[in-house]
Write a protein that binds this ligand. Structure first.
Ligand code: ASN
Length: 320
């Protein structure tokens, strides 16, 4: 019998949504899920939060982390039910913090609320419980289980506004799959630095590049008001030249600027030497992040700054 901790945080999986309205006083429908006899699982669940996930902040993610740290020693694994809009960010946040690697932590959600025809909540919830109780999931890092797929927290992202197969992992594909009675794993988790945090603060906006991008909002950003900046750059890592002076000014004033590509696949790297090209950006001190989307790169920088990383140590971590 495996003992699984379940932490509910809200989202469509936990609520009846009538025409987008969340009915007051909703009883979490996941508390009514009856496991079959072959689910050799004992559940202990808590309603830690009750939020649509657009309301989830890094401070809420830290609360979930602290709850897991406190309770995981008494369980074999954990499931977190969460809204899908920011689920990938909470998963990445938890995967970057110092949770024990020998206890599977699985996030799941639903694209259809429990009162909708073909709701996927109960199915995903049971799948997540199966993975959290599965010895094969140990040492795989924080996982996202949706629609029979098992994804690594680092890479998974929400790709479709309404489809139940919305969570996908570009380039690498899922870490594993759930079959009717088993699970298959194709990849292992990557070694990574994990941090222990007691607080999380900081302002790190994300700016998306576009053709003809000039100063735009960059002119409003200064080192007194932001702690870092994430740029979703063009192609392999390039920007229109008019953006350059604002970035070099931020860097000169000690504000870290990190870069990802707005492309869905591939790795941002310094390729082109023309003004605004990746080579010029790297020479100006912009840090290139490998394989993360902008929302996760932002959390990577936020966690690093709250862990006290600066200078070369910060660069080595961000670009590692
Ligand atoms: N399917 C969902 O859970 C979407 C919802 N808006 C949320 O993220 O809370």
């Amino acid at each position: 019998m495996k003992k699984i901790l379940v932490i509910h945080t809200g989202g469509t999986i936990s609520m009846h949504e009538e025409d987008g309205q969340i009915l007051p006083g909703d009883i979490n429908p996941m508390t009514h899920v009856h496991l079959t006899s072959h689910d050799d699982i004992e559940i202990s669940s808590i309603d830690l939060l009750n939020l649509p996930s657009p309301h989830i902040t890094p401070q809420h993610m830290l609360i979930i982390y602290q709850e897991l740290k406190l309770r995981l020693p008494y369980f074999d694994g954990a499931v977190i039910t969460h809204g899908t809009d920011t689920l990938e960010e909470t998963a990445y946040f938890l995967d970057t913090l110092a949770l024990p690697d020998d206890k599977p932590v699985v996030l799941t959600g639903a694209m259809r609320s429990s009162n909708e025809l073909g709701s996927d909540g109960v199915y995903n919830y049971r799948s997540a419980l199966r993975v959290a109780a599965d010895d094969k999931a140990v040492g795989k890092g924080v996982l996202v289980v949706m629609n029979d797929e098992i994804h690594a927290a680092k890479y998974v992202t929400k790709t479709h506004t309404t489809n139940v197969s919305t969570f996908q992992t570009p380039t690498h594909g899922p870490l594993g799959l759930l079959t009717k009675h088993d699970s298959l794993y194709f990849q292992t988790a990557e070694a990574r630095v994990r941090f222990d945090l007691s607080e999380i603060t900081g302002t790190i906006p994300i700016i998306k590049a576009y053709a003809g991008m000039g100063a735009g909002i960059l002119v409003l950003l200064d080192s007194e008001h932001i702690d870092g900046l994430v740029i979703e750059a063009l192609g392999a890592g390039n920007l229109p030249p008019d953006a350059m002076p604002y970035l070099t000014n931020l860097i000169a004033n000690g504000t870290p600027v990190i870069l990802v590509s707005r492309c869905f696949n591939g790795i941002a790297e310094a390729v082109y030497g023309y003004e605004g090209g990746g080579v010029a950006l790297a020479q100006a001190g912009v840090m290139f992040v490998k394989e993360l989307n902008s929302q996760k790169a932002r959390l990577k920088l936020l966690i690093a700054l709250n862990s006290g990383l600066t200078g070369q140590a910060l660069r080595a971590y961000i670009e590692g």
